[in-house]
Write a protein that binds this ligand. Structure first.
Ligand code: HEM
Length: 412
């Protein structure tokens, strides 16, 4: 008898049907979900990044040292429960080095930000990415309540991301092994369709140049859906490692490149295929762990891509061939964490980054719309063609704050 992925205290009478094929459904292979302590009702995942022109930029190490000093500060009593480094060279050729840090509450995150000195440092960064900064910085913070969060691991022994804050891992869960199971694992889906706002194609078109953006805050979006889907082949045998690198890794890379460069076709705003970086050496070589980090306009879009798009179907189908070749003795570890966020549970802020960074792609419409005062009519004026936001138009280096669309502050 398998367990439910939804912890008992998050269960409620369903007003919406589950996608589970039938009440006796038994998944063909085991998978597990994280169980958080019951008093944890909201998690924080903060992505704090530095964007450099290249990986060989001498300032990369300085960026990491700066962020490490905040993340390990001895003056704060609520350091992250866990953090690690990951990097990606993006499609504009910039090298992004990023800390992924987790806290078990917003209060703990807020205290850390103040006590470690991170908040005053962040607020004082020169907005145009010049002065003391010769590169960009970005902050993407997600604050999902636990009813908007789910995880799935193919082993109950791995600890990744939020699992470092777990009380335990569940027994093998029943909500997996069918399309729609991700939704069934999100507790709120028992009563809520998790609908977001379908974004028109024009919203995805970032400026084509690589000028620094100034300081830009991007408003949150109702039910934005974030997935971090990871792969770890450290413990594979030489035979499995070769198979993974020759058959799975290339199709995975192809899928992530599609989402990065053609996300507008499937409702994906941003995708980064990232490598875990060793904390001491600052390098990803030989670490053998990657993950895709993608932001979708709503859960239905993520479901659609995974179920229907040839790029995920190639990954998915490839995996079953891979398992067959290994006679099901798979030691590759895969996991994902998915969150469906309220607008107030997202914080995107970019300082001196290029316009294609993360959710900056999307704000350029809001910026132009606000400038011309006709946000709703944006499409009419500009049609579906490419557009270039002239950063000079909105005042290069000026504080470009569109967060008044969502009136709130991250920091209390
Ligand atoms: C080597 C890498 C990957 C493998 C082997 C893989 C394989 C799979 C498998 C076997 C499932 C079904 C899981 C179950 O319910 O038991 C699945 C579901 C899914 N995958 Fe992947 N995948 C990979 C990477 C990714 C990435 C990078 C993403 C997105 C960024 C992704 C998105 C999804 C989603 C959203 C589902 C759930 C669909 C649903 O339940 O409706 N996958 N994948």
């Amino acid at each position: 008898m398998s367990a439910s992925s939804i912890a008992d205290h998050l269960k409620c009478p369903r007003t919406l049907p589950a996608r589970l094929p039938n009440a006796d459904f038994n998944p063909p292979y085991p998978s597990f979900s994280v169980r958080f302590p019951q008093n944890v009702s909201q998690l924080v995942m903060a992505i704090i990044g530095a964007q450099h022109k290249s990986a060989s930029d001498a300032a990369v190490d300085t960026s990491r040292t700066t962020l490490t000093s905040f993340l390990t500060s001895s003056t704060c009593t609520t350091p992250p429960s866990f953090f690690e480094w990951a990097s990606v060279t993006d499609n504009k050729g910039f090298y992004n080095i990023t800390a992924f840090a987790y806290w078990p509450s917003k209060a703990a995150f807020d205290s850390w930000a103040t006590d470690s000195g991170f908040k005053p440092w962040w607020d004082a960064l020169p907005s145009d990415g010049t002065g003391t900064t010769t590169h960009g910085w970005f902050l993407e913070v997600f604050l999902p309540t636990t009813d908007r969060f789910e995880t799935l691991f193919n082993t109950d022994s791995a600890r990744e991301g939020s699992a470092h804050m777990c009380e335990s891992m569940s027994d093998a869960v029943r909500e997996h092994g069918y399309w729609g199971s991700m939704r069934d694992r999100i507790p709120l889906s028992q009563t809520d369709a998790l609908s977001g706002v379908k974004a028109p194609a024009a919203e995805y078109r970032a400026p084509r140049d690589t000028d620094p953006c100034g300081r830009v805050r991007v408003p949150g979006r109702a039910n934005l859906t974030v997935i971090r889907s990871g792969q770890d082949w450290r413990d594979t045998t030489p035979e499995e490692r070769t198979l993974y690198l020759e058959t799975m890794h290339p199709v995975l890379e192809k899928g992530m490149t599609f989402l990065r460069d053609h996300g507008e076709e499937v409702g994906c705003y941003s995708c980064r295929f990232m490598e875990i970086v060793d904390a001491d050496s600052g390098k990803a070589d030989g670490i053998d762990r990657t993950f895709g980090l993608a932001y979708f306009d709503e859960m239905a879009s993520l479901e659609g891509w995974s179920k229907e798009h040839p790029t995920h179907l190639a990954i998915f189908g490839g995996f079953f061939q891979y398992a067959k070749k290994l006679e099901n003795n798979v030691t590759l570890r895969v996991f994902h964490e998915v969150m469906v966020l309220e607008a107030e549970q997202q914080w995107f802020e970019y300082v001196g980054c290029h316009g294609g960074t993360g959710m900056l792609d999307t704000v350029m419409q809001a910026v132009v719309g606000r400038k011309v005062g006709r946000l709703d009519n944006f499409g009419d004026e500009h049609g579906h063609g490419e557009f270039d936001v002239e950063l000079d138009d909105v005042g290069e280096g000026s504080e470009l704050d569109v967060s008044d669309i969502v009136k709130r502050e991250l920091w209390k």
